[in-house]
Design a protein around this ligand. Structure first.
Ligand code: WQD
Length: 340
């Protein structure tokens, strides 16, 4: 069986997916430019799985360097995580996000076509749905109307993949729309390691818990939700990783282009997550109610029936598991992957 090329494989979701791939007998090659991850992740992957995947520090935008990988390895499938993903930064640097995220995906498709690699799993996001008209969200709901350039790049890449599939009947592409990934591997050896002040809720909570930040700012408590705070569909990153293996299996059926929501189908509010974290870890998370964050929606959660019906995949871990695993990671790694 050929190799699985994982772009962005030292990142948060990438590393958890590589662990599942190796534990299920796949051969993995990682390319990552380390712009938002650390080489130490490879050592942790080896500690967990007993295997160290081939790694190349390459930007997917560098076509000639990427060509070397396609020439050197018999690649069976590509899982494409690599990309810039900060909503906030994308508003400040929209052109950088367009050239990096869309440009690298285009180069990947060109090389896949040139080297006859037919299988691609693409890391998309629930952000492509823009401001939801209603919840839960279905894969057939319209995409676009994104509130930020990052989300728009995901829409543009999905459209590019649809075009590619139309002109390449031999291509099998799984677009996976992630809702809100949280949690960490149960070993506590890998986890989310955002640079600077975290934008996302769970890493912010764990940095408050470990004493790096004084308190949590709850962005708004006047939303039309159960307790006024934002509701999201938080999926454990290990469940998300297993969703990628289910997608690889699905592509063996040669389905053409398929799209799946990867979530739990359940909404959880900010305060519900905070209280679940406190209960699971016997900790108190101080918080203050702060103004709404521009672009935030009241609630956003998935209908995941399609992933179950067509891939027999569904999330198995719950919010308490994720709160416990996130804290295990952060308490064992107060400075993330940096040396203490
Ligand atoms: C969740 C809830 C905030 C931080 C983003 C991206 C999305 C995807 C996941 C990449 C919201 C509230 C947050 C804080 C808070 N990423 N919050 N205080 O915005 O749903 O989605 O991350 O694909 O594309 O848009 O996730 O974790 O930032 O926020 O109150 O310090 O927590 O208002 O209600 P979001 P988030």
């Amino acid at each position: 069986m050929g190799k699985i090329l994982v772009t962005g494989g030292t990142g948060y979701i990438g590393s958890h997916t590589v662990v599942e791939l190796l534990n299920h007998g796949y051969d993995v090659v990682i390319v990552d430019n380390l712009s938002n991850s650390k080489l130490e992740v490879l050592n942790r992957i080896e500690k967990i799985t007993g295997k160290k995947p081939a790694f190349y520090q390459i930007s997917v935008q560098n076509k000639e360097e990427m060509r070397q990988i396609f020439q050197k390895y018999d690649i069976d499938s590509v899982i494409h995580f690599a990309g810039l993903k900060s909503v906030k930064e994308s508003v400040e640097k929209p052109e950088l996000y367009r050239s990096n995220n869309i440009g690298s995906s285009r180069i990947l498709l060109e090389l896949m076509e040139e080297y006859g690699v037919n299988n691609l799993v693409f890391s998309s996001s629930a952000t492509v749905y823009g401001v939801p008209k209603r919840v839960p969200l279905y894969e057939t709901d319209p995409i676009g109307g994104c509130t930020n350039p990052y989300g728009q790049t995901k829409v543009d890449i999905e459209l590019m993949l649809n075009e590619y599939a139309k002109t390449h009947p031999q291509a099998n592409i799984a677009i996976l729309r992630y809702f809100n990934p949280i949690g960490a591997h149960s070993s506590g050896l890998i986890g989310e390691d955002p640079q600077g002040i975290p934008n996302n809720l769970m890493p912010y909570i764990t940095q408050v818990a470990v004493g790096k930040l004084p308190h949590l700012n709850v962005n708004g408590n006047d939303y039309k939700t159960v307790d006024g705070t934002g509701v999201r569909d938080y999926i454990h990153v290990v469940d998300l990783a297993s969703g990628h293996l289910a997608a690889l299996k699905k592509l063996e059926e040669k389905p053409g282009l398929v799209i799946y929501n990867l979530g739990t189908g359940k909404g959880t509010s900010v305060l519900e997550l905070v209280h679940a974290f406190e209960k699971a870890n016997h900790l108190v998370i101080p918080y203050v109610i702060a103004p709404r964050r521009p672009g935030d929606v009241d609630e956003n959660y998935a209908n995941c029936d399609k992933a179950w019906n067509e891939m027999h995949w569904k999330a198995k871990l719950n919010i308490e598991d994720a709160c416990r695993d996130s804290w295990l990671w952060q308490s064992h790694n107060p400075h993330g992957y940096d040396e203490d």
